[in-house]
Design a protein around this ligand. Structure first.
Ligand SMILES: [Zn+2]
Length: 340
């Protein structure tokens, strides 16, 4: 199994594309993150075609992606991992209808803490397959989705998503990181992580580094706070010097001034000559994390387009420069997304 023929190209839902064709790229969104069936009170543990869901997302999500396209965003990285993604053909259809390329992810989510979101029982904290499978089986799963495709459709994943909660990873999260690292080395796609806690970046990166992953191929996600905390920024800068990329998300700009420390942090990173290690995402889209499937409630509407109608104008108002924006949204993704 190899991705040699894909080198230098980005694996999207509609096939490999040249990186110059991506325009601005949002690096962390979710067209469909369907984790829990609230009616029947059960964790979703299987991906299957769903006609009602397809109709709904084609009608509701495509117009928002078209607005992104009007703002020069020609691609986004979809970081939902199995078994909560949409059926593979849905991504290809939404991409064709909107004109926005979609990079699908394989990989494994974190263990959700008990009594948060939907998780009432230990068996609901993570996809049971991740608990039961070996590192080798998990690595092979990811590699197969990147090289052969998802569910026999030939539509392939172009990124690996991994996640952990608190800085000491749980044994299952640890296993997933070892597996994702091995799949990364086999395939050359980038790894993108869920990392909300200060300190988790270091425990995640230590595993990936031990496995021999080139840290330039790693994007640590949800790290606005890591950057905004002046003391903690030193740790971020140290990892950036070793190649790691950091991705702030969830920028709710209803009180725009509260993001001034982020704009200052971005500027400090550029001053340190490390601006090529920054990316941006919203973490918007559609999910069933906190209730019936629908637009995520953690950010104001509209999904996806909020980045261009609200977030970027707000950050520019706070001093983000046009050159910084170009580097973060266009130049850096163009380097990170192609298979290496
Ligand atoms: Zn997310």
């Amino acid at each position: 199994m190899t991705t040699k023929k894909d080198r230098g190209r980005v694996i999207t839902a509609r096939g490999p594309v040249a990186p110059e064709k991506l325009g601005k790229v949002m690096m962390h969104e979710h067209l469909q993150s369907d984790c829990y069936d609230w009616k029947n009170k059960r964790l979703i543990s299987e991906e299957k075609p769903d006609e009602a869901r397809r109709q709904y997302l084609l009608k509701d999500a495509v117009p928002h992606l078209k607005v992104c396209r009007e703002h020069g965003c020609l691609a986004y990285c979809d970081v939902t991992m199995p078994p909560w993604r949409g059926w593979p053909t849905l991504y290809a259809e939404v991409s064709a209808a909107s004109g926005v390329q979609i990079i699908i992810s394989t990989g494994f989510y974190r263990e959700v803490e008990l009594n948060t979101y939907w998780a009432k029982f230990p068996e609901e904290q993570i996809w049971p397959f991740v608990r039961s499978a070996s590192v080798e089986e998990l690595a092979e799963y990811c590699t197969r989705e990147i090289v052969e495709g998802l569910h026999g459709t030939g539509i392939r994943a172009g990124a690996i998503k991994l996640g952990s909660s608190r800085p000491p990873l749980t044994p299952t999260e640890r296993k997933a990181f070892h597996a994702g690292a091995r799949a990364q080395k086999q395939t050359g796609v980038h790894i993108t992580t869920h990392c909300t806690w200060l300190g988790s970046e270091t425990s995640q990166l230590t595993i990936l580094d031990d496995e021999g992953v080139d840290l330039n191929r790693v994007v640590v996600g949800h790290t606005a706070l890591h950057l905004m905390n002046k003391d903690y920024r030193k740790t971020v800068i140290e990892w950036m010097k070793r190649g790691v990329n950091f991705l702030p998300t969830n920028l709710k700009v209803t009180k725009a001034a509260s993001w001034l420390p982020l704009v200052e942090a971005i500027d400090a990173v550029f001053q340190a000559g490390l601006g090529d290690h920054l990316l941006l995402g919203l973490d918007s889209g559609y999910c069933s994390e906190s209730g019936e499937f629908g637009p995520m409630k953690s950010l104001p509407l509209p999904p996806f387009a909020y980045m261009f109608t609200a977030v970027l104008p707000a950050l520019r108002g706070l001093g983000l420069t046009a050159q910084e924006e170009e580097q973060i949204l266009v130049i850096n993704p163009r380097r990170i997304l192609p298979v290496q």
